[in-house]
Ligand binder design. Sequence first.
Ligand SMILES: CSC[C@H]1O[C@H](OP(=O)(O)O)[C@H](O)[C@@H]1O
Length: 364
Amino acid sequence: MRVDGTSYRSIWRSGDGVTVVDQTRLPHAFTTFDIATEAAAVDAIRRMVVRGAPLIGVTGAYGLAFALREDASDAALDAAYGRLLASRPTAVNLRWALDRMLRAVTAVAENARHETALSLADALAEEDVATNEAIATHGVALVRAALEKKGGAGPVNILTHCNTGWIACVDWGTALGVIYKAHDEGLPVHVYVDETRPRNQGASLTTWELAAHGVPHTLVADNAGGHLMQEGSVDLVLVGADRVAANGDACNKIGTYLKALAAADNGVPFYVALPASTVDWSLPKGVGAIEIEERSAEEVTHIAGVTPDGAVTRVRIAPEGTKAANPAFDVTPARLISGLITERGIAPASAEGLAGLFPEQRGA
Ligand SMILES: CSC[C@H]1O[C@H](OP(=O)(O)O)[C@H](O)[C@@H]1O
């Protein structure tokens, strides 16, 4: 949130770098983290101080700009590109942003590279704001349709997974952006927030965002979603994405696939909200083809929280020595997705659907 509290913004220029909200300490402490070097950007992405596909991309772009301030040679550029790209493997927005930066800076003389990069990083940040508001504007139609299907008797109960709000982007958010826009337009919405183990982005970030904006919501255990859908308590599922293949398969936070299966079994519309920068046009299909980040076992064997005296900490929930696996994402096949909400409109989750909205990418 911008320091002056006038708007929601997760990253902003400050001094010779940028300042971000430290998401590892929310909701218990609102603290910021300054990034003025490539190393700080890599650290912030790796530790999930910043997280969320679009925000990871923008942070990577600034990290490259800061690297070029130190050394703008081709060798240094390639090395910085590699280190930033490797900071987290699944969200394609990071590669998308770094590639846009690479094209821009290699087109100018070395002595102009830093300023060119900084200006483009700023532009990518503002582009993300506009893109996400467009996603939100298109997505509201789905909320309106769900309300009409209920005979106008609200609220529209929306289940969401992980965190896809302004804190995962530069502003607005993707799936949550749709919810904010619907709420702001006066549509009666209520959100079931998946806690989203193991890092609990839903319990710690989505609840915090929705409470700040006055959006009614109920936190639920991840395992409750299927039951809620089966008893008819969910009208719509809205989730984000970290990488969508050209055929519409969507890679998102671990557990998303299970929600899609439950939604399909119960006839609940399941939509994925994403900017075009999340589409990997080079990937014909997503299932079995996207690198799934494996994070530390400690994220599963421990849980983050706050002690009675307000200290943010992690406590062990499994016995010492327990082995844990921690795949951070899964891939929902397009056949389980009702549609893709993008900045250009809502498309079927298919190659034809995506090509229809983004014809310039046909045959990418
Ligand atoms: C608006 S993209 C949000 C997307 O990113 C999250 O992953 P992480 O918290 O690990 O960065 C999650 O998959 C969300 O759907």
